[in-house]
Design a protein around this ligand. Structure first.
Ligand code: GAR
Length: 196
């Protein structure tokens, strides 16, 4: 079985879209694949509830627990890798996972690590993408599914979706419009990789 491990930090709506698509399209039969675990760096991430309701294994690795270690990021990533590797993943899918990963983590999952970012990369890597798109006067915004490389939000692009920026948009209204598209392109991009 090709195991998919999904990492979240919050609402987990992209994770839920992937889980729903996996069920609706019967990825188990079609690709011999399953979402085997959802892991969060926050115990109160709402997406964990959805995962449990769908009988998916969950785990929490709280990044704050590593704050007093000499190398907190490396220690957190090592603990995260240990948890992920219990599932021997075919793919590791970042879905609203709001931690910057160390080069060691990225190298460990090279070719298996995906992310979704709420902008039309290479425009607006980093945070506050919707505010920045509106401020820049962009007429279009969107989301990007990409492979993860050591440089933040810079890996090879697998899929993009474009939405208009409307004159009265706020960051929230634009984010909501983009998010509906994220829910379409992320499951599709994962399915395309599973089909290879
Ligand atoms: C999504 O918009 C995703 O693109 C973004 O966080 C949101 C998570 O929503 N990711 C990033 O900003 C990564 N830098 P979700 O938890 O409901 O899927």
């Amino acid at each position: 079985m090709k195991n998919i491990v999904i990492l979240i930090s919050g609402g987990g709506s992209n994770m839920a879209a992937i889980v729903r698509t996996a069920q609706a399209q019967n990825w188990a039969k079609q690709f011999n694949a399953q979402v085997s675990a959802v892991i969060s760096n926050k115990a109160d991430a709402k997406g964990l509830v959805f995962a449990k309701e769908h009988s998916i294994a969950t785990a929490v690795i709280d990044h704050k627990a590593f704050a007093d270690q000499p190398q907190p990021r490396e220690a957190f990533d090592a603990a995260l890798m240990a948890e992920i590797d219990k599932h021997q993943p075919h793919l590791v899918v970042l879905a609203g996972f709001m931690r910057i990963l160390t080069p060691g983590f990225v190298a460990n999952y090279e070719g298996r690590l995906l992310n979704i970012h709420p902008s039309l990369l290479p425009a607006f890597p980093g945070l506050h993408t919707h505010e920045r798109a509106i401020e820049a006067g962009c007429k279009f915004a969107g989301a990007t599914v990409h492979r993860v490389t050591a440089e933040l939000d810079h890996g090879p692009i697998l899929a993009q979706a474009i939405v208009p920026v409307l004159p009265d948009d706020t960051a929230d209204t634009l984010a909501a419009r983009v998010l509906t598209q994220e829910h379409l392109i992320y499951p599709k991009a994962v399915a395309e990789l599973l089909a290879k």
